[in-house]
Design a protein around this ligand. Structure first.
Ligand code: SAM
Length: 253
């Protein structure tokens, strides 16, 4: 089933304004609005499967004990918590997002979850397109359902490339823009018949209605591989997950 880790390239949430939400600040506001329900909706809509996809993404990142790692567009922190368990108390995790509200949910979760290793996570408010870090400092990077949402995908990949150590990997999980009509049809059916109705019951119909167009505007697996190689990664491989509904780009610097 489709997860709700959507994005929303358009919004009609503001009654004063009908124009598309294209700029970063509109997107930030939107993610801040849905922050309180985001985790519940993800679990409900994916029947918990997003947890498996996120574990796969962390595994593909190659993060290991003692590493210094980054989760870009961390939202409420799912991937950062998984990374934290991988790198352990000797490692360090930074979760970066531009929405204060999402970071505040992440920080509350960190306080309420009692695993000692979670102390190794630091939440940073920042822009995926202008990462506030020096070159070549991270051993691994994850990004979950973020690339589809940033206004400049090339720049986001360039920034991940810049801050990664040579030989290290970025693992980028998102909806798959399938080139197979059957898979694309199932994805569309789920969004129309499951995601939007459920989001409507939470009062976020308009925010989630545009998931479909965001996938249409996204890149296919092959296009993602090509873009990663263009920005300098030495290897790039896109894996389809769950029958092609989701996808994960693994790019090695
Ligand atoms: C769909 S959520 C994914 C959250 C989390 N990674 C997950 O998988 O549950 C996308 C997140 O990307 C963040 N985001 C979008 N554009 C961003 C940017 N340019 N810089 C930092 N964060 C951004 C949003 O605030 C939001 O929290």
């Amino acid at each position: 089933m489709a997860s709700l880790q959507m994005c929303l390239p358009l919004s009609s949430t503001t009654r004063l304004r009908k124009r598309p939400v294209r700029c970063a600040s509109d997107r930030r506001e939107l993610f801040s609005r849905i922050a309180p329900v985001y985790d519940n909706l993800n679990d409900f809509l994916s029947l918990g499967q997003h947890r498996i996809w996120k574990r796969m993404a962390v595994s593909w990142s190659g993060a290991k004990t003692g590493d210094n790692v980054l989760d870009v567009c961390c939202g409420s922190g799912d991937l950062a918590f998984l990374l934290s368990e991988k790198v352990g108390s000797d490692g360090k995790v930074i979760g970066l997002d531009f929405s204060k509200d999402q970071l505040s949910v992440a920080s509350s979760r960190q306080d309420s979850l009692l695993k000692p290793c979670y102390k190794n996570i630091e939440w940073v408010e920042g822009d995926a397109l202008d990462l506030p870090f020096s070159d070549c400092i991270f051993d691994a990077i994850t990004m979950g359902y973020g690339l589809r949402n940033v206004v400049d995908k090339r720049k986001a990949l360039e920034e991940m490339f810049r801050v990664l150590k040579p030989g290290s990997r970025a693992s980028v999980l998102d909806f798959n823009k399938s080139t197979r009509p059957f898979t694309a049809g199932i994805q569309e059916w789920m969004i129309n018949n499951v995601v939007v109705p459920v989001a409507t019951s939470y009062g976020f119909a308009k925010e989630y209605r545009y998931l479909k167009s965001s996938i249409k505007e996204f890149l296919t697996g092959k296009e993602l591989e090509k873009l990663a190689l263009e920005v300098g990664f030495s290897r790039a491989k896109h894996y389809e997950i769950s029958g092609g509904l989701m996808g994960n780009l693994v790019a090695t610097r």
